[in-house]
Design a protein around this ligand. Sequence first.
Ligand SMILES: [Zn+2]
Length: 387
Amino acid sequence: MKHEPLLKSVLAAATLALLIWGGVPLYRHRHFDLQIVEGPGVSEVLKLGTYSPGIRGTTADTCIFILRGKEPGGKAILLGETHSNEPEGLLAALVFIENAVVDKGTLYVIPFFNNSGSRNTRPGDGYPLYFEVPTDWGAVKFRMGNRDASPLDQWPDPDVYVHYPDRQLLSFIDVRNVNRTWPGRAGGPLMERVTFGAMEIMRREKIDVAVDMHGAETMFPVTNCIVAPEKSVKIATLASLTVKATEGFENHVEPSPPGFRGLSHREIADHSDTLPFLLEAPTPFLDQPTGPKTTKLLMDGKDPFLLSLAGKKKLFVPYDASGWSMERRVGQHCSVVLEILRQFSKKNPDKAIIVRGVPRHAEIVKNGVGHYFANPAKADREKVILN
Ligand SMILES: [Zn+2]
């Protein structure tokens, strides 16, 4: 018995060491900022808290890059990382921020829409904390986030999330999912304040087009598509047909179900004059029956289990040994966004949004995504934004 205090001290020290060993990488991940180089089209960078004061000073606040054209015209907003484990949306948003030049109209781009989610992770699923994108000058390191906001920022979860304002009962976890908390409210849970901020941009700035960029499982039926409510369907269909005819990739249109509340394509349509679109690119990393969740799987989308399931016709997209690479997913998002803007502008010449400098699908597949990212070390310090 005389060794008991010694044993307790050793166990306490071992527990503390384990906590530090496990906690320090998570702390570093949460505080790791990406350096974003403002491209030639960026005229202003604001915080979402400008439109939703309830998120100021919290981890949910995030940057809005504004690209104003020389001529007035229509306005569009692009959202990346609504779900931070679907980084194709983030990378496509960054390609716009770093390369787009707007000749007419205005573009608002939010690369980390769920900034708290981008600083969260999923250790139980063996998610990597970071991934890298090779560029012409070295590799850029990105945070790999989670679908939901961090419980460090919004806690506790309710037993059931009662959607505002429809009172539809949703899963408890959806209270931290910014694709269930639309249209949000100024004083609601933190993630409702995030979507409220985006709704305020749309209402106050009179945004014409909103595009929310995602990735989806290959085994999920709503994948490789443009989700559109009734009022956006015509433009979505024209965009889908045009990219197929001119760029050779499939991207079908899915209707936004009117009874499923909280989603961007549903609530933006019902609570503003903006035309919403939600893009889904096939992301093998997200499927359940894959091998380990490695950064290689995230980037190349190659998985032997999915390949075998494709042979049994269990996937909703064509799938072969070439996988479904990040280049294809980001290229698809860039082309579809450009095509939506072009089709909207054709129908509404007085509110045209004319954008140049953004590569399309084939160019991104050929050159890689990183080819379109500037080196922050070589950029003017005032043009480097931390997010
Ligand atoms: Zn998503």
